[in-house]
Design a binder for this molecule. Structure first.
Ligand code: NAX
Length: 328
């Protein structure tokens, strides 16, 4: 199994790679060939991380190789985890990247190149998870440039789902594992919508058990939508360990059959389900058959409230698509 990870010297990868090397994440028992990609200035730091991975002596790992470009790294990859991207606020060529449009264009350039490389050189059944922000639109750019419809492209919304589960568990005094069918719709951004109305806790409707729409709309929703900012404020750095956990959980959920009565979360290319415009990458409730196939679960009933929130987040994705249309 060849696993490619970009942004491999970054803070998310520092937790993600060790998580992936634990047993039971991938369905196959084959040992892992890790293909770690960074930009040239970060190669020394990556070498340091590789020394630590070697010292961890994982029985699941066959080889570890590092690359300063994706083209050499991606040959026959089974999974590509695209974590690396340029964050908002970075100074490039003397100019601070502040605007969403600039961020989309700069990262768009990265994902154009990565999409082309993955489409032509990775395995035909390769699975791709985009973590680097703006994740949904980066995934769209990568997918369009890959031009290989057999490959599965996703953007990460699992962290939003885990955050939502943690808040529900606190509110209802239940365990996170008792929460089923909690779905994240839309963009991985402050417009995203976590739906509780179709969720249940051990068979009992989550929204009804909470029984407090005011809490859902004015407390729960902004809490999940702004959780990333809350972490940055407290930690002085963005979510890393939880993001790594969520990325690993996404891989595990795609690789294994979804537990009965449940869904998992990622953003995939919209086919028009739930009136989300076709051709954007939106969060949906998904199931996996454990054989590499995932599909959108279509039996959620959406209230007026839910529909209006999903329209808003879908519109944001359409605006983002418009901003990068020259890259698609
Ligand atoms: P770091 O800045 O610690 O690491 C990013 C790494 O990517 C750096 O080492 C950088 O050199 C590398 N990189 C940049 N361009 C690259 C390229 N073209 N090829 C290969 N490597 C490249 O960021 P980190 O905290 O690890 O976050 C990574 C990305 O995840 C960011 O874009 C961040 O916004 C995004 N996140 C996405 C989340 C999600 O739920 N989808 C949540 C967490 C996180 O905010």
């Amino acid at each position: 199994m060849k696993i490619l990870i970009t942004g491999a010297a970054g803070q998310i990868s520092y937790s993600l790679v060790p998580f992936l090397c634990e047993r039971g994440i991938f369905a196959s028992k084959e040992k892992l060939d890790l293909s770690l990609v960074e930009i040239p200035p970060a190669m020394k730091k990556l070498d340091g991380f590789v020394k630590e991975l070697e010292d961890s002596a994982y029985s699941s790992v066959n080889s570890i190789n590092t690359y300063d470009n994706i083209n050499d790294a991606v040959l026959d990859a089974d999974w590509c985890l695209l974590v690396g991207s340029i964050p908002r606020g970075v100074v490039l060529n003397g100019k601070e990247i502040k605007e969403r449009a600039d961020l989309l264009q700069i990262n768009g350039g990265i994902f154009t190149e990565q999409g082309k490389a993955i489409g032509s050189k990775a395995k035909n059944n390769c699975k791709v998870l985009v973590v680097g922000n703006p994740a949904n639109t980066n995934a769209l750019i990568g997918y369009k440039n890959a031009k290989n419809p057999n490959q599965l492209w996703m953007a990460m919304t699992m962290l939003d789902a885990l955050r939502a589960k943690a808040q529900v568990a606190k509110k209802l005094g239940c365990h996170v594992d008792d929460i089923y069918r909690l779905a994240i719709f839309g963009n991985h951004s402050p417009t995203m919508f976590p739906d509780l109305e179709n969720s249940n806790v051990n068979g009992k409707n989550t929204y009804e058990q909470i029984g407090d729409h005011e809490w859902v709309e004015n407390n729960f929703l902004p809490k999940i939508q702004q959780r990333g900012a809350e972490i940055i404020d407290a930690r002085g750095a963005s979510s890393a360990s939880s993001a790594a956990r969520a990325a690993c959980d996404t891989v595990k959920n795609v690789e294994h059959k979804t537990r009965s009565g449940d869904v998992f979360n990622a953003a995939v290319l919209s086919d028009g389900s739930y009136d989300v415009a076709e051709g954007i990458f939106s969060g949906f409730p998904l199931i996996s058959d454990g054989e590499g196939n995932i599909k959108i679960v279509r039996d959620f009933n959406l209230s007026e409230f839910a529909q209006s929130k999903i329209r808003k987040t879908s519109n944001e994705l359409l605006e983002e698509r418009e901003l990068v249309k020259d890259l698609l």
